[in-house]
Design a protein around this ligand. Structure first.
Ligand code: GUN
Length: 286
C-alpha cells in the first residue's frame, strides 16, 4: 500500500456510491436532491471552489443552483435570499461560500440557514449538537472528510494518541470532538501553545488545520505517524501549499495526505453526502 493517501481516488469512490444512493432515492419519490450555493463578490478562488462543487454535484445527480450577489450587497439582501431558500420545499441544502466580504457578519449570516439545510454544518445549532452528543444533526464537512479518509485508509482511530493543530470553530474544534467520540486520545494545539512540536511529535495521528504554509517539519512528527494535512495556502507563485512540509516529513510518516489531492476533494464529497442525507431526511426516506 502506498504511504501517500490518495484523497482524490477515495473521493471518487464515495461519489460513485452517492450516485447510486441518489438513483435509489429517486426511484422511490421521483425527486432529485437540490443544493443552492450562494457566492457574494468576486473572490476568484471562491469562484473556482463553487464551480467545482456544482460540477461534482451534477455528476452524482444533485441539482445545483447558483446565486451570485455583488460584493457590496447588503446583509438584508443576503438574508432575504437565504430566507427564500429556507422556505422553498424543493431546496434541500444551502451553502454560503466563505469568505464573505468584510462588511457582512459571517456568524449572523451562517446562522440564518435553517439547520436541516445547513449541509456545511456551520450553524450554531449543528455545532452545539455535536458537543452535546446528539446524533440528529449535520456534521461539518471538512472534519467529516478527515474521519472518512482515515476510516477508509485503515479505520484506526480508537485509542490512538492524536494531535489536532488548529482550533477553528468550523474545523479544528469539531474535529477534535469527533475524534474523541470515536475513542481517540486527543490533544489540541494553537498559536498560543508553547513548544507545539514537543506535543505534536508524540502523536500517532497528527492532523493539521493551521492555515500556515509548511508549518510542520520533520521535528514536529513522530516516527510512523499518520499525517492528515487540511491546510491550503495559495502562495505568490500561484501554487497551493499545505500546512505540512511534505518533502521534509514524508520519509518519517507511516502515511500522509498530499496537498492538493488529499483532504480537498474529500471535503466536496462529504458536503454532497450531507446534501443527499438532508434530502433523504426531509423526504422521510431515512
Ligand atoms: N470556503 C472554503 N471552504 C469552504 C467550505 O467548506 N464551505 C464554505 N461554505 N465556504 C468555504
Amino acid at each position: 500500500m502506498s504511504k501517500i493517501i490518495n484523497g482524490k481516488e477515495i473521493a471518487e469512490n464515495i461519489l460513485k456510491e452517492l450516485k447510486e444512493e441518489v438513483k435509489a432515492a429517486e426511484t422511490q419519490i421521483s425527486k432529485s436532491p437540490q443544493l443552492s450555493i450562494i457566492l457574494v463578490g468576486d473572490n476568484s478562488e471562491s469562484k473556482i471552489y463553487v464551480k467545482n462543487k456544482i460540477a461534482r454535484a451534477k455528476d452524482v445527480g444533485i441539482e445545483a443552483s447558483f446565486y451570485e450577489l455583488p460584493e457590496d450587497c447588503s446583509e438584508g439582501d443576503l438574508e432575504f435570499l437565504i430566507d427564500s431558500l429556507n422556505t422553498d420545499e424543493d431546496v434541500n441544502g444551502i451553502i454560503v461560500q466563505l469568505p464573505l466580504p468584510k462588511h457582512l457578519n459571517e456568524d449572523k449570516i451562517l446562522n440564518k440557514i435553517t439547520p436541516e439545510k445547513d449541509v456545511d454544518g456551520f450553524t450554531d445549532t449543528n455545532q452545539d449538537a455535536l458537543f452535546k452528543g446528539s446524533s440528529d444533526f449535520i456534521f461539518p464537512a471538512t472534519p467529516l472528510a478527515v474521519i472518512e479518509l482515515i476510516n477508509r485508509f485503515d479505520n484506526d482511530i480508537n485509542g490512538k494518541k492524536s494531535c489536532v493543530i488548529g482550533k477553528s470553530k468550523i474545523v479544528g474544534k469539531p474535529l477534535a470532538k469527533m475524534l474523541e467520540n470515536l475513542g481517540a486520545d486527543v490533544t489540541t494545539i494553537d498559536r498560543d501553545t508553547k513548544n507545539p512540536e514537543d506535543i505534536s511529535s508524540s502523536a500517532d495521528l497528527l492532523i493539521v488545520a493551521a492555515g500556515s504554509k509548511h508549518l510542520v517539519k520533520e521535528n514536529w512528527v513522530k516516527e510512523d505517524a499518520l499525517i492528515i494535512d487540511i491546510g491550503i495556502t495559495k502562495d505568490n507563485d500561484g501554487k497551493i501549499y499545505g500546512d505540512v512540509d511534505f518533502d521534509n516529513v514524508v520519509d518519517k510518516a507511516r502515511a500522509i495526505t498530499p496537498v492538493p489531492g488529499g483532504v480537498g476533494p474529500m471535503t466536496i464529497a462529504m458536503l454532497l453526502t450531507n446534501t443527499v442525507k438532508a434530502f433523504e431526511k426531509q423526504n422521510k426516506l431515512i
